[in-house]
Design a protein around this ligand. Structure first.
Ligand code: PXG
Length: 293
């Protein structure tokens, strides 16, 4: 069956979709994106993802030519056109097309692409055994320079470099520090640590994206009676935590059991991590917006 892509207002065959060579996303990373997930014919946190997309676009003064409910409908139509039940949905938006930095000199007609893909997840063994992680030497840009709340295309060069550092030594992920040397997040996931039965995660001012999975986990933890706080996290805090895990749309909730050759806690996924993984799976199984209703 042909793969379909939403491309600037219409569904077209993926092999016929194209983006101009002067697209500002391609030329300058001048755009925003979302990675969304569908589970068993339902989209997880669709409203929250589209809201974050619109906030990211607004912060960059990119005006989307439709209301959020129409955008949500376009995402659902794309999933339907590909007859997908469970998939990764990539939404990419750029400012428009034209050579030169000046937005006044380009067609401010945002490029909008929505595509669906089967997921390439971490193997189950990594969820059972936990990830071996390193600290990357590549830093996150200061929040006062590039705000991490904007899920912008251009910000990811450093995340890619940090991921390459992890790949080079066979680690599953890399933690990224901010300019003060505090932990911001992993390359494509947020970080939580467990200390004395409570969860701690770095605030966005430390350079972390306001992850949708992070928000879901914070609420699930509260429901389980596990206190959660946003606090500055140092490498010492990670090395000496009882448990640590990462959260993201693609990885969901994944335990992290080693950091820079030090075992975290027992060196095995801990009980709170297991409880959060179970609660998150229940959440994705029951709280999705139906596509085929
Ligand atoms: N931090 C960063 C820097 C991310 O990019 C997360 C945390 C987790 O956020 P969510 O909202 O997913 O819980 C992300 C996630 C892609 C892609 O190509 C998307 C992400 C990461 C890597 C690749 O769609 N976003």
């Amino acid at each position: 069956m042909a793969e379909y892509v939403y491309c600037n207002g219409t569904l077209v065959r993926a092999d016929e979709a194209h983006v101009g060579i002067y697209d500002h996303g391609f030329l300058y990373g001048d755009g925003v994106f979302e990675g969304i997930r569908a589970y068993n014919g339902g989209v997880f946190r669709l409203t929250e993802h589209v809201r974050r997309l619109y906030r990211s676009a607004h912060a960059l003064s990119i005006r989307l030519p439709m209301e959020q409910d129409e955008f949500r409908a376009a995402i659902i139509e794309t999933v339907k056109a590909n007859n997908m039940q469970s998939c990764y949905i990539r939404v990419s938006v750029s400012r428009g097309t034209g050579l030169g930095l000046d937005p006044e000199q380009i067609h401010n007609d945002p490029t909008i692409i929505i595509s669906t893909r089967q997921l390439r997840l971490y193997p189950q063994a990594m969820y059972d055994e936990g990830l071996d992680v390193i600290t990357a030497s590549t830093r996150v840009p200061p929040a006062v320079c590039i705000d991490p709340q904007i899920k912008s295309l251009g910000r990811y060069i450093n995340n890619i470099l940090a991921k390459m550092e992890a790949n080079r030594v066979g680690a599953g992920e890399a933690l990224m520090l901010n300019m003060a040397g505090n932990v911001a997040e992993a390359t494509g996931d947020n970080l939580f640590l467990v200390r004395d039965g409570a969860l701690i995660t770095p605030p966005t001012s430390e350079g972390a994206l306001v992850g949708i999975t992070r928000e879901a986990v914070m609420k699930l933890a509260a429901d389980l009676g596990v206190p959660v706080s946003e606090k500055v996290v140092t490498l010492y805090d990670c090395y000496t935590s009882d448990e640590t895990f990462l959260t993201g749309t693609a990885a969901e909730v994944i335990p992290m059991v080693r950091l820079d050759s030090r075992a975290i806690g027992s060196g095995k996924p801990g009980p709170i991590t297991h409880a959060i993984i179970d609660a998150f799976r229940r959440c994705t199984a029951t709280e999705c917006e139906p596509v085929y209703a």
